[in-house]
Design a protein around this ligand. Structure first.
Ligand SMILES: NC(=O)C1=CN([C@@H]2O[C@H](COP(=O)(O)OP(=O)(O)OC[C@H]3O[C@@H](n4cnc5c(N)ncnc54)[C@H](O)[C@@H]3O)[C@@H](O)[C@H]2O)C=CC1
Ligand SMILES: O=C(CO)COP(=O)(O)O
Length: 315
C-alpha cells in the first residue's frame, strides 16, 4: 500500500526514555511533528495517537504487552504502521516485541527498527546507521524516509525477525563482554568471545526465523560491536560491574535505567531449554546473573568445554 509522502508527517513516539527521546529528536530534526507519550508525561494514549501517520514504540520490554493491549482497546487509524524499537523478549510469553504488536494489530504493518544506536552518541549528533525491517517494504521505506538524515543513515530489510533478534540477543553478549573487559582478559579473549557469540546468535536467531545474513549486518554484528565495546552500553556495564565483584542489585540501582539483557538472558535460556538449542556463552551469563557461579568460573567453564571443529552444526 501507499504511505503519505508528506513533508511534515505526524509521529507518535511511545516511551520518553533515552531511546524514545532520541528517536523523537531525530524525526523532529527532519521537520516532522512529534507526539511523545509516556506514563509520566501526563498525556493520554488516546491523545498521543490521534492523527498519527506512524507510531513508534520505544518502551522497555516489560511495558510492551500492556501498552499494546491498551492501544488495541483504544484503536488506531487504519493501516498506520507501528515501528518497534524495543530490544527484548517478553518474560511471560517469550515473544519478541514485534510478535506482540503483530498479534494485537494484525491489519497494521509492523516495522522493526534496530542497529548500533547508543542513544548518548545520537543525542550528541554523532553519525550513526540503523535498519528498518518489515515484510511490508512500503512501510519500511516510509519509516526510512521519516528518520533518514545526515545524522542517521537508514537501511531497509525484509527480515524483521533477524533484525529484531540481532539487537535483542547481543544484549546478553554485551554482558559477557563487560565481564571479559572487567576481568581484563585481553583482546585475544574478547575477539574469541565475540566471534563465538556471533555463531551462537546465528544459531538461535535462525532457529527462531531470522535469516543468517542479517546477523552479519548492522542489527547483528554492528550492534554487537557497539554495545560490546562501549561503557555507554548499560548491558556492558552490568557485566563489568559483576567482574568487579558488585551484586546485580547494586549495579542495576547504580544504572537507574533499562538493561534489557538481564531479562533477555532468562527468557533466552527458557527458549533454549524448550527448543534444545545449545547456547554455551549465554548459559554462562545466565548462571552468573543467577548467582550460580562467579565470573572466573564462567570463563573456566567456557575454556574447558569439549574440543570440536570451529564450524560444527551443534555448538
Ligand atoms: N538507550 C539506547 O541507547 C537504546 C535503547 N534501545 C531499546 O529501547 C528500549 C527502551 O530503552 P531506553 O529508552 O534506553 O530505556 P529507559 O529506561 O530510558 O526508558 C524506558 C521507557 O519505557 C517506559 N516504560 C517502562 N515500563 C513501562 C510500562 N510498564 N508501561 C509503559 N511504559 C513503560 C518508561 O516510562 C520509559 O519511557 C529498550 O528495549 C532498549 O533496549 C534500543 C536502542 C538504543
Ligand atoms: O542497544 C543499544 C545500542 O544499540 C543500547 O545498549 P544498552 O541497552 O546496553 O545501553
Amino acid at each position: 500500500m501507499e504511505f503519505p509522502d508528506k513533508e511534515q508527517a505526524t509521529l507518535t513516539v511511545l516511551g520518553a526514555g533515552a531511546w524514545g527521546s532520541a528517536l523523537a529528536e531525530l524525526a523532529g530534526h527532519n521537520g516532522h511533528k512529534i507526539n511523545l507519550w509516556s506514563r509520566r508525561l501526563g498525556n493520554t494514549l488516546e491523545e498521543a495517537v490521534e492523527g498519527a501517520d506512524l507510531i513508534v514504540s520505544a518502551i522497555s520490554m516489560k511495558g510492551v504487552a500492556a501498552t499494546a493491549g491498551k492501544l488495541q482497546e483504544i484503536g488506531i487509524p487504519d493501516h498506520v504502521p507501528i515501528v518497534t524499537a524495543t530490544k527484548g523478549l517478553d518474560a511471560e510469553s517469550t515473544r519478541t516485541p514485534s510478535q506482540i504488536w503483530e498479534q494485537d494489530f494484525p491489519d497494521h504493518p509492523i516495522v522493526v527498527l534496530s542497529g548500533p544506536n547508543l542513544s548518548a552518541e545520537i543525542e550528541r549528533h554523532l553519525p550513526a546507521a540503523t535498519v528498518v525491517a518489515s515484510s511490508d517494504l512500503g512501510a519500511a521505506e516510509f519509516a526510512q524516509r521519516l528518520f533518514a538524515s545526515s545524522l542517521l543513515r537508514v537501511y531497509t530489510s525484509n527480515d524483521p525477525m533477524g533484525t529484531e533478534l540481532g539487537g535483542t540477543l547481543k544484549n546478553v553478549i554485551a554482558i559477557a563482554s563487560g565481564v571479559c573487559d572487567g576481568l581484563q582478559l585481553g583482546i585475544n579473549a574478547k575477539s574469541a568471545l565475540l566471534t563465538r557469540a556471533l555463531t551462537e546468535m546465528i544459531r538461535i536467531g535462525t532457529h527462531l526465523g531470522g535469516q543468517t545474513e542479517t546477523f552479519f549486518g548492522l542489527s547483528g554484528l554492528g550492534d554487537m560491536l557497539a554495545t560490546c565495546n562501549s561503557a555507554l552500553s548499560r548491558n556492558y556495564r552490568v557485566g563489568y560491574g559483576l567482574a568487579e565483584g558488585k551484586t546485580l542489585e547494586v549495579i542495576l540501582q547504580e544504572l537507574g535505567s533499562t538493561a534489557e539483557g538481564v531479562n533477555t538472558t532468562n527468557v533466552l535460556i527458557a527458549i533454549a531449554d524448550r527448543e534444545k538449542i545449545p547456547v554455551p556463552i549465554s548459559r554462562q551469563v545466565y548462571r552468573l546473573l543467577n548467582n550460580e557461579i562467579n565470573p572466573e568460573e564462567a570463563v573456566e567453564a567456557l575454556m574447558e568445554r569439549d574440543l570440536k571443529p570451529e564450524f560444527h552444526e551443534e555448538s
